[in-house]
Design a protein around this ligand. Structure first.
Ligand SMILES: *Cc1c(COP(=O)(O)O)cnc(C)c1O
Length: 364
């Protein structure tokens, strides 16, 4: 049986260090916004090459608080990729803003820079990019548009911890960058967690305030804030995991290379770019007979996933908002994409087993 994911097996190599961290936190007696959160914030900012990091309760909150920190007029428009996990779009809505969807490039699966400007209106205030599956967006053309059109740039880095574009880390391009530490992410906690990165000291102060009831000084509240603090126990665990993130990413990249080198060309593989260091949070292939292949692999006891089966604009929660528009490229990706096993606990032999089965689908 080849599991798609197994979080116990992913984290087992770190159990010793994690238990030590847990005991130290337990003994410290400080369970909210203590030393662990401060330490992890410093470490993660430094890892990404950004000045400030603010730990928050989840990836969704990281996006929401980023948007809130800019005090955009309610009803302003934010450009968001149509091909993303729904959280990106929900955060825009929860911030009281209007998501305007931009189609992806069919090769990168990320927002298509050539399709951004046609969606800019007088009400557009920000562009949100999502580095989907672990591959950074085409940042050169995106940065050019953002600067020329005077937009705020927010990066959703929930799938891109440690990914690079021309040697620069995901999260170092935007006015703000939002990270999730949901347990399955490449840098995964043991419950919920998230963080915002920014080089803007004022924005960092604002987010620090918003995550803690709008308060910097205890019992003095300057804004209508939230309770969205990164948990002290999770922060301790995250410091342990961060030390191993490069090794986790390197392992997943090695497994991805095996797929890239040996998978039949009948499957559409992820596009490879010399200047992008993809961390393969998810390894997706595309094929018109996706559902058949998923079933075929499952009969061989090989588990796969679909990221994602239904595009955001067709979800029950959102479809009334977008029914007058078509997003054919996003639809095409959602209809044909299949995610193969590529977890930290998988071995090269396991991937060879998946490859043999998959390539057999073509010749059967
Ligand atoms: C996981 C994810 C989020 C949300 O993160 P949570 O921590 O679950 O709130 C947002 N955007 C993308 C692209 C994600 O993959």
């Amino acid at each position: 049986m080849v599991e798609y994911e197994n979080l116990k097996k992913v984290n087992e190599p770190f159990f010793g260090e994690l238990k030590k961290s847990f005991e130290a936190t337990l003994e410290s007696g400080r369970y909210i916004l203590g030393c662990n959160v401060e330490k992890f914030e410093r470490e993660f900012a430094s890892f990404c090459g950004v000045d400030h990091c603010i730990g928050v309760a989840s990836g969704l909150d990281a996006i929401l608080l980023s948007l809130k920190a800019f005090d955009f007029e309610p009803g302003s428009e934010v450009l968001v990729p149509s091909n993303t996990y729904i959280a990106t779009i929900l955060a825009v809505l929860q911030a009281g803003l209007i998501p305007v969807l931009v189609e992806p490039d069919i090769h990168t699966y990320n927002i298509d820079p050539a399709k951004i400007e046609e969606k800019i209106s007088q009400n557009t205030v920000a562009l949100m990019v999502v580095h989907l599956y672990g591959k950074v967006c085409d940042m050169d053309p995106i940065m050019e548009i953002v600067q020329r059109r005077d937009l705020k740039l927010i990066e959703d880095c929930a799938q891109a911890h440690g990914a690079l574009y021309k040697g620069e880390k995901a999260g170092s391009f935007g006015h703000c960058a939002a990270f999730s530490f949901y347990p399955t992410k490449n840098l995964g906690a043991f419950g919920d967690g998230g963080a915002v990165l920014t080089n803007d000291v004022e924005i960092s102060r604002k987010i620090r305030m918003l995550r803690n009831y709008g308060s910097i000084k205890k019992y003095y509240n300057d804004a209508v804030g939230y309770n969205s603090r990164l948990d002290e126990i999770q922060a301790g665990f995250l410091s342990v995991k961060l030390k191993h993130l490069d090794a986790i990413n390197a392992h997943k990249r090695k497994l991805a290379q095996l797929y890239m080198d040996n998978l039949s060309d009948s499957f559409i593989k992820p596009a490879f770019y010399e200047d992008k260091t993809d961390i393969y949070h998810i390894f997706t292939i595309r094929h018109p007979e996706r559902d058949l292949i998923k079933e075929y692999l499952s009969e061989k006891d090989i588990m796969t996933e679909i990221h994602y089966p239904v595009p955001p604009h067709k979800q029950t929660a959102l479809k009334n908002m977008f029914h007058q528009y078509d997003y054919p490229i996003s639809d095409e990706i959602h209809a044909t994409t299949l995610s193969l096993p590529i977890s930290f606990f998988h071995t090269e032999n396991t991937i060879r087993e998946v490859l043999e089965a998959l390539n057999g689908f073509i010749t059967q």
